[in-house]
Write a protein that binds this ligand. Structure first.
Ligand SMILES: Nc1ncnc2c1ncn2[C@@H]1O[C@H](COP(=O)(O)OP(=O)(O)O)[C@@H](O)[C@H]1O
Ligand SMILES: [Mg+2]
Length: 457
């Protein structure tokens, strides 16, 4: 396959060598996520490393900004323009749309003049006018993509997303050959940027979020799998020593970690191990279960694990609080709102000490309206500020609407996925506070605790 290297360290590895020649790749993200930087680097490295001239089309109102931003990365766009290897085209969406459908339009002539092989459009969102018929936007993107393909250009189409805007709802995703998403989040007070090749038609790619940095020389994508940046000195066990090891010692206090576990993939293991560790460590413990059926099942499992007495002791002393989506464990008819109050109460009780919270988010989201479920989840993460708190949310991904799942993933400081494919099951660490990420490891069920073995070759 004829690959067009982006020249961006790490990204070409995720793309198995680069973009396919002639492809139009959509690059989507909220403002400030790094789209323009990525586009500029694609064009710059094309010229300076691969002898492929490029055109940067922008609807930016302040042309000077592009040159200045390029300079901040150490790239001299003016010099490249003088050498006839680069064109920076400042235009309006209307003018561009009329121009590209013409046989001898301005863009056509520019392409011919510098023998351009790459193009960036910053951004296709500008083709969308407020109040416009969505079909007009689709047609505009369609004719743009077609025009670029006719010229055999390899393109990056930047797409600015508004807060909470879902790219999946736009027509451009179907018109483009692939989708790269840029994201950023704050993890334990650290600013982290993520890039993910969500889709690349007709080409293998590594579709997991990867960390990247923007700095001197541009964008650098860190390797997709990596050892933890550092090991925690003090961390809470997940109940599975091998998993603790992959996480860099466990879950640090202050961390909100999410386990995505298919409902039929030994969810029990994660239910019991974490609780057992909490009881044994003497930390305060809150468990938010889904419903009455589930909490009696959990009690039976704890008994099986030899934890009946210590659980009872914890309940008697008030150190252990068992809640369910409706409220307190022993209240059959509690209102959903009672849950927040109960969490408050349990947090107050644990104040000053260590607290571990385990929550079955699937049931929470199934039982409560979305707003209330979100509120309940934030109360888990926000209210316990006077304590040294760890939150482990367990969620079965197929039971939660995709948009809410995406929100949970973003909100979480850590993310572990466990799933089943045929008769095998796998575990993968996707996000941690100390930047550990692993490939998917096969797992084996074992007859004794921790009931799971992670197969690392
Ligand atoms: N020379 C640079 N060094 C480090 N960071 C930079 C540099 N230039 C831009 N950035 C970072 O890139 C971010 C904006 O990137 P940009 O590509 O303009 O995003 P977008 O186009 O998605 O809005 C800024 O928040 C800034 O932190
Ligand atoms: Mg931009």
């Amino acid at each position: 396959m004829d690959r067009v290297k982006t020249g961006i360290e790490g990204l070409d590895e995720l793309l198995f060598g680069g973009l396919l020649r002639g492809d139009a790749m959509l690059v989507a993200g909220a403002p400030g996520t790094g789209k323009t930087s990525l586009g500029m680097q694609f064009i710059h490295s094309g010229i300076t490393r691969y002898q492929e001239p490029g055109i940067f089309i922008t609807f930016e109102e302040f042309p000077e900004r592009i040159y200045r931003d390029a300079t901040s990365f150490g790239w001299d766009f003016r010099a490249l323009e003088d050498q006839g290897k680069l064109k920076v085209l400042f235009t309006s969406p209307e003018v561009l749309q009329q121009d590209i459908v013409r046989d001898h339009g301005l863009v056509n002539e520019m392409i011919a003049e510098i023998r351009a092989m790459r193009v960036v459009v910053d951004s296709v969102s500008n083709l969308h006018n407020a109040g416009q018929d969505p079909r007009q936007f689709r047609d505009a993107v369609y004719s743009l993509v077609n025009a670029l393909k006719r010229e055999s250009l390899t393109a990056m189409l930047l797409r600015e997303l508004r807060e909470h805007e879902d790219i999946g709802s736009g027509p451009e995703e179907f018109l483009a050959d692939g989708l790269i998403m840029l994201n950023r989040s704050y993890v334990a007070d650290r600013h982290m940027r993520f890039i993910e090749v969500v889709k690349s038609r007709g080409s293998p790619h590594i579709a997991i979020p990867s960390l990247f940095t923007i700095g001197q020389g541009g964008i650098r994508v860190l390797p997709p799998f990596q050892e933890p940046f550092y090991r925690f000195e003090e961390a809470v066990s997940t109940g599975i020593p091998q998993l603790d090891d992959l996480l860099g010692g466990g879950i640090p206090y202050g961390g909100v970690y999410l386990m995505e576990v298919d409902a039929d993939t030994h969810q029990d293991i994660f239910d019991v191990g974490f609780a057992k560790e909490a009881l044994e460590a003497g930390d305060s413990f809150i468990r938010v279960a889904g419903d009455s059926r589930q909490r009696s099942r959990w009690r039976a499992l704890m008994k099986e694990a030899g934890q009946e007495q210590s659980l009872q002791k914890g309940l008697d002393s008030g150190r252990v609080t068992l809640l369910w989506a409706g409220g307190r464990d022993d209240a059959e008819q509690a209102s959903p709102q009672a849950l927040g109050e109960e969490i408050n109460r349990a947090c107050a009780q644990a104040a000053g000490g260590n607290l571990r919270i385990q929550a079955d988010l699937s049931r929470l989201f199934a039982l409560l309206p979305p707003e209330q479920a979100n509120a309940a989840f934030s109360s888990l993460t926000v209210l316990c500020q006077d304590t040294k708190t760890v939150v482990l949310g367990v969620v079965s991904p197929r039971t939660v609407p995709p948009q809410q799942l995406a929100k949970l993933r973003t909100a979480a400081d850590g993310l572990v996925r466990v799933w089943t494919e045929g008769s095998y099951s796998y575990l993968q660490v996707l996000k941690t506070v100390n930047s550990a990420r692993t490939p998917a490891y096969a797992t084996i069920q074992t007859p004794r605790p921790p009931f799971i073995e992670i197969v690392r070759r």
